[in-house]
Design a protein around this ligand. Structure first.
Ligand code: ZN
Length: 277
């Protein structure tokens, strides 16, 4: 029969084992399977201590809790991310944060076990991020998700990332004014090729890109990947637009483009005028 008893540390002012209002850990003391046992339970929670003792008594032996190595926890988590139906760039973001940054950080600082990553460690980890505030905020959420995954599997008892401060200032940026946009467009006419010549094909491409960005609202990463086949005639037969696959919602969207009418620039003409390569 085992019982849970407080084992007060040197810094603790309680001398009585019955005193339980400190953070000192419990120990298991008594007979287990015919042998005397006195072993720390490594917890200051009475409920957890009693649960562990019950486990040991059921098993008839002291069950050493082997702390999970960070690498194992990360590998299991990444397998789960891989199995979830998430987008490729989302997976990539988890890979960068958890599999690259976190593992590198743990190796450099000499943290082999997941439980070494306490609030202090994750705070230090966060300081190493080069991210802009909005990205950092997303990454804190990803880190919390990782620790939630670990907590659900009882690899750690708390989520150290939950206390990371997410309050960040995201600066609102004003769009370019009409005047600024005109100057950007004008600059494409001054843009030279490799031989200081203006008015060449590269300048035309740049101008088409600027116009598409302005009038389609596409992100630059999507705009540079547009294919010629995505420029199609509108349903009514009037004018042209871009057929764009929206990754997030997995559906196609038709974005009409101005073609020189109504006092708007000829974006369609700029695109059609590009050399096909
Ligand atoms: Zn104590």
């Amino acid at each position: 029969m085992l019982k849970a008893e407080k084992r007060h540390g040197l810094g603790c002012r309680a001398y009585d084992r019955a005193h339980t209002k400190c953070t000192c850990p419990y120990q298991a003391i008594g007979m287990l399977n015919g042998a005397f046992v006195r072993r720390s339970l490594k917890t200051s929670s009475y409920e957890r201590a009693v649960a562990l003792i019950r486990d040991w008594e059921t098993a008839g032996a002291v069950k050493e809790e082997k702390p999970i190595p960070i690498e194992e926890a990360v590998a299991a988590y990444m397998r789960d991310v891989g199995a979830r139906n998430v987008q490729r760039d989302t997976k990539q973001k988890f890979h960068t944060l958890i599999e690259e940054r976190l593992l590198n950080f743990a190796r450099k600082r000499g943290y082999p076990r997941l439980k070494d990553l306490n609030l202090h460690a994750v705070t230090e980890f966060r300081i190493t991020w080069p991210d802009a505030p909005a990205t950092a905020q997303k990454n804190i959420e990803r880190l919390r998700n990782f620790f939630r995954f670990a907590m659900d599997r009882e690899w750690c008892t708390s989520n150290p990332a939950s206390k990371l401060n997410v309050r960040v200032v995201v600066q609102q940026k004003d769009p370019f004014s009409a005047e600024e946009f005109d100057r950007i467009l004008e600059a494409t006419h001054l843009y030279g090729d490799g031989h200081w010549r203006t008015g060449q094909a590269n300048a035309g491409e740049l101008r088409a890109l600027v116009l598409v960005l302005r009038f389609s609202g596409l992100r630059i990463s999507d705009a540079v990947k547009l294919e010629r086949t995505q420029l199609i005639r509108g349903a009514g037969g009037d004018g042209f637009g871009l057929l764009v696959e929206q990754q997030k919602v997995r559906r196609s969207v038709y974005i009409p483009l101005p073609d020189g009418r109504d006092g708007l620039p000829d974006v369609v003409g700029a695109l059609l005028g590009l050399p096909s390569t």
